[in-house]
Design a binder for this molecule. Structure first.
Ligand SMILES: [Fe+2]
Ligand SMILES: [Fe+2]
Length: 264
């Protein structure tokens, strides 16, 4: 088995625009960067609101290994039974105990590395959930000790809460990345005890938008304070993703690099 494992993490994928860009470019990115494992946030796959079996399968078929989720997890209710059945789909571990599905998963790469992925949701400006820090502790106790890397998606609004999670899991996780705010941050770093960290991966969607949604409706809602429909922009997506190389023996990150594929 190789001594290192290359992880590609992709943030929120926004509807058709995001899916189309990944269908076109992800297989090449995987080849070019020798990627062993791909994790992506799937909460906006279906026109910006939740995910369906079809949109999830579409992403698995192009090389995504695990889809994490967030506050839009149940927007398409058809995903609820599948969340129980499919180990490639996870939802935040600190949802209430009534939630279907699992908060972490372990999948194996073709080269034989087992990769753990934990999904958490923040509490600041995000609604009422169980404590994400305790949920991370519990998941880390349950995850088998023979994994080569532990990845954590902290789906949260507040940069401080995400940074707190990064420090809390230094020396226990290989890569803690934020999702949800849909804008990439340029603070990628490896913490002193070997955990790679980035506050937000950024969305794969159109940046000629307001966080992936058409400007007109979103702006009217802000200016007029009247209900408006949000509609995802369907073309012109940028891909933002982050590549992390992990030492499989220590599970510590060796390098972290942001990747941007501009729209065609
Ligand atoms: Fe999102
Ligand atoms: Fe979100």
């Amino acid at each position: 088995m190789p001594e290192t494992v290359n992880i590609l993490a992709i943030g929120d994928i926004i509807g058709k625009a995001g899916r189309r860009a990944l269908k076109e470019h992800l297989p090449n990115l995987i080849d070019h960067h020798n990627v062993d494992f791909v994790v992506a946030n799937g909460e906006n796959l279906a026109a910006g609101f939740g995910l369906t079996e079809k949109t999830a399968e579409e992403m698995f078929s192009i090389g995504i290994d695990v889809l994490t989720n967030g506050n839009h997890c149940w927007d398409q209710r058809e995903i609820m039974p599948l969340m129980n059945e499919d180990e490639r789909l996870i939802r935040p571990a600190n949802f209430t105990e009534n939630a279907p599905g699992r908060g972490w998963t372990v999948r194996e790469t073709p080269s034989g590395h087992k990769i753990a992925v934990i999904n958490l949701i923040g509490q600041v400006f995000m609604g009422t959930w169980d404590c994400p820090f305790r949920a991370a502790d519990h998941a880390l106790v349950e995850i088998p000790s023979d994994v080569s890397a532990i990845l954590v998606d902290i789906h949260a609004e507040a940069t401080s809460e995400k940074m707190g999670m990064g420090w809390y899991l230094d020396n226990r996780a290989s890569f803690v990345f934020g999702t949800h705010t849909h804008v990439p941050t340029c603070d990628e770093i490896i913490r002193p005890q070997g955990c790679a960290y980035q506050t937000d991966l950024g969305m794969t969607g159109s940046y000629q938008s307001i966080i992936g949604m058409q400007v007109e409706g979103a702006l009217k809602r802000m200016v007029q304070r009247l209900p408006q429909r949000f509609q995802a922009v369907e073309r012109g997506a940028s891909i933002y993703a982050t590549l992390v190389k992990v030492d499989a023996a220590t599970r510590h990150a060796q390098s972290i690099e942001r990747i941007h594929v501009p729209p065609n």
